[in-house]
Design a protein around this ligand. Structure first.
Ligand SMILES: *Cc1c(COP(=O)(O)O)cnc(C)c1O
Length: 394
């Protein structure tokens, strides 16, 4: 079938009409358990009344003015977010890729300020940082880069979870100014850092005067059971990027900085027409206020542990499962073969799941998921994974 849309997405044959908490309803009124959450976006669930109210009230007052003028709501959001994150300053854009673009530009300016003419940024294998030219160049996935050469230069790549590879570069490459990585790799397959990995990176960054830049676009805002995933370590980044759950679905991205990274951007060096407009800031403020007023972050830790345990018990007998891992409510189930087919099989059972990196089921449910829904999710997964292996024996 030809479509007037560019064929960027291989969308599933379903369209949703409305949502409520962890549930989505299709055009025929069928109800689905959403264990994807709009890809780690709708952490408070769908159609959250306080977010809906904030957006609707603000849209009737003022949607947009541009950054030619002061935006008090932007200042208010900046104050709140930097306090929560222990950072000093923030720049607002409209997406994750834009937040990372700001981080990459900050790293380059930082390098030039230190008389490094060819500033180079360390990135990791299997990373995902976005689809713009610079962020796809930083991304550690050949499929995402293929066809878009020449890539943006100024990146060197190391394996994830390998401190000695970073130490080697420190001794060899005088152009390095920063390292950019995810505290848990999401698209790359829910790859968790080894104990001490982030602290090791912090130590090298301190010794080398590099910026430690964490992409918390998927892991931030409560997903892992803490406000930000790096809070499971003893180390703080110099630059941190956010998006996804920050607006619960309203597009907003943020690049936060502190210490030696906090004064690098100056008037004229960066900008965005929409970035931090009153409507986006009202939405994000309502999200943060809701998190602060509730126990959602500790719930996400608690429900995440429950879901992980339940999955380990339920799926124990399935020989093809290689690993079940996660932190809070980002969970990966690694199979011994490509399993993209499971997405449609789950859909047939009124369950939404994601498969990433070919053979890893990724679960990113809204953080409000209940005990009963955890059981429903695990039981349905068991059913479809068993059916998958029964059919797929050859
Ligand atoms: C989703 C994601 C991005 C890109 O965000 P967009 O809003 O799609 O541009 C970047 N980094 C990570 C870790 C992500 O999960």
């Amino acid at each position: 079938m030809t479509s007037s849309l560019m064929t960027t997405y291989a969308s599933l044959p379903v369209a949703f009409e409305r949502g409520e908490g962890v549930w989505l309803f299709d055009e025929n009124g069928n109800k689905y358990l959403d264990a994807v959450g709009g890809i780690a976006v709708c952490s408070l669930g769908h159609a959250h009344p306080e977010i809906a109210n904030a957006i609707s009230e603000q849209s009737r007052r003022l949607i947009h003015t541009s950054n030619l003028y002061q935006i008090p709501l932007q200042q208010k959001l900046a104050d709140k977010l930097t306090t929560l994150a222990n950072m000093e300053r923030v720049f607002f854009g409209n997406s994750g890729a834009e937040a990372n673009e700001a981080a990459l530009k900050i790293a380059r300016l930082f390098g030039h300020q230190h008389n490094i003419d060819n500033p180079t940024i360390i990135v990791t294998e299997n990373s995902f940082h976005g689809r713009t030219l610079a962020t796809l160049s930083a991304t550690g996935n050949k499929k995402i880069q293929a066809g878009f050469e020449p890539l943006v230069s100024g990146f060197v790549r190391v394996p994830y979870n390998d401190i000695s590879a970073i130490e080697n570069l420190a001794n060899k490459n005088p152009n390095i100014v920063a390292i950019l990585l995810e505290p848990i790799q999401g698209e790359g397959g829910v790859n968790l850092p080894n104990k001490g990995y982030l602290d090791g990176i912090r130590k090298i960054c301190n010794e080398q005067n590099w910026l430690m830049m964490l992409d918390e676009i998927q892991t931030g805002i409560g997903r892992t059971g803490k406000w930000f995933a790096h809070m499971h370590s003893n180390s703080k980044p110099d630059v941190m990027t956010l998006a996804k759950a920050l607006g619960n679905g309203f597009p907003i991205g943020a690049c936060l900085v502190r210490d030696k990274a906090s004064n690098i951007l100056q008037p004229g060096t960066h900008g965005s027409t929409y970035g931090g407009n009153p409507l986006a800031c009202a939405a994000a403020l309502a999200v943060l206020n809701t998190f602060e007023k509730t126990d959602l972050i500790s719930d996400s830790a608690k429900q995440g542990t429950k879901l992980l345990q339940t999955l380990k018990t339920e799926l124990k007998s399935i020989a093809g499962i290689k690993d079940i891992r996660g932190l809070g409510l980002i969970i990966g189930i690694e199979l011994n073969r490509p399993c993209a087919k499971l997405v449609q099989m789950a859909l047939d059972e009124n369950l939404l799941i994601n498969v990433t990196a070919g053979n890893i089921i990724r679960l990113l449910p809204p953080l409000i998921i209940s005990d009963e829904q955890i059981i429903q999710l695990s039981t349905t997964l068991k059913k479809i994974i068993n059916a998958f292996y029964a059919k797929d024996i050859k």
